[in-house]
Design a protein around this ligand. Structure first.
Ligand SMILES: O=C(CO)[C@H](O)[C@H](O)COP(=O)(O)O
Length: 277
């Protein structure tokens, strides 16, 4: 096993040991390569799961749940007003304030649905994903776009928001044309300069900033989401589910409450959200 795979597995094992409880009934399962180790770790706990439902974030995730012998539940079958007890997912990059870029595997829309309906989002990643700001090593924001609107969305990303060379993601080698999401949409990967943290903006004493100093994370996510034809933006920012609940808001927290990073030296670095927990 490579150092990176070993790091993912270590982080997944610790994240599950500390955040998976026998009384849980609804568990979200994300997408990607790291989540495979999370599902393995849940299985290895040996806790009975017959009273539990596992909510996938796409085709790959559903297959993982089924293969592990867990009961899958589609997002639209969750009982009304019910929050998931926890969701586990990976990330492409995580900044100091636990904002994330997601969507490297084109599953951002369902991942956001699940994250925003979970009491707690537990993120699992390897050391490459840990950065002070988003778009440091991972250079683009994945955006899910309705195919008919693809040209107009790309034009607005360039002309109105200053993205330098957004590209429609290609499909597999075996199929000509753009990649399609589980919803049948396209993905635009939009490059921007590294994003400012909310604390950077507060320190400069101004509102949202765009231009020479770059975009603040949530300001850019909000602007992109407002473009007609955009279904979902691969920036998970703002509040986390636990903070939202503490304020009496049931749904909508996007950020992880905690991130487990598997490190190159075999340790696991745990970053928790600050504030009211
Ligand atoms: O957002 C995602 C898929 O849309 C994944 O969570 C993200 O790409 C991380 O993947 P990996 O665990 O393979 O590094």
């Amino acid at each position: 096993m490579s150092a990176i795979e070993a790091a993912k597995k270590l982080a997944a094992t610790k994240a599950v040991a500390e955040n998976f409880h026998p009384e849980y009934r609804y568990i979200g399962i994300g997408s990607g390569t790291t989540i495979v180790y999370v599902v393995e770790a849940i299985k290895d706990l040996g806790i009975p799961t017959d009273q539990m439902s596992f909510v996938p974030t796409g085709y790959q995730s559903r297959q993982l749940i089924i293969k592990a012998g867990f009961k899958p539940l589609t997002f639209d079958s969750i009982p009304p007003d019910t929050l998931l007890d926890v969701c586990f997912d990976g990330a492409d990059e995580v900044d100091e304030e636990l904002n994330c870029i997601k969507g490297g595997g084109a599953c951002l829309h369902q991942e956001k649905l699940v994250a925003t309906h979970s009491k707690k989002f537990v993120c699992v990643a390897d050391y490459r994903k840990l950065q002070r700001r988003l778009l440091t090593e991972w250079k683009t924001i994945p955006i899910e776009v309705e195919p008919l609107a693809i040209n107009s969305v790309v034009a607005q990303l360039i002309n109105e928001l200053g993205s330098l060379g957004p590209r429609v993601r290609d499909g597999t080698q075996d199929k000509a044309g753009p990649a399609k999401t589980d919803q049948g949409n396209f993905i635009v990967d939009a490059p921007f300069a590294p994003l400012l943290l909310a604390s950077d903006v507060a320190a400069q004493g101004s509102g949202f900033i765009q231009g020479k100093t770059g975009w603040e994370v949530t300001a850019l996510a909000t602007r992109i989401k407002c473009i007609e034809g955009v279904l979902s933006v691969g920036i998970f920012s703002g509040e986390n589910g636990e903070h939202a609940l503490a304020r009496g808001i049931k749904m909508g927290g996007q950020k992880p409450s905690v991130v487990y990073f598997g490190m190159a030296d075999g340790s696991v670095t745990v970053k928790r959200a600050s504030g009211v927990l």
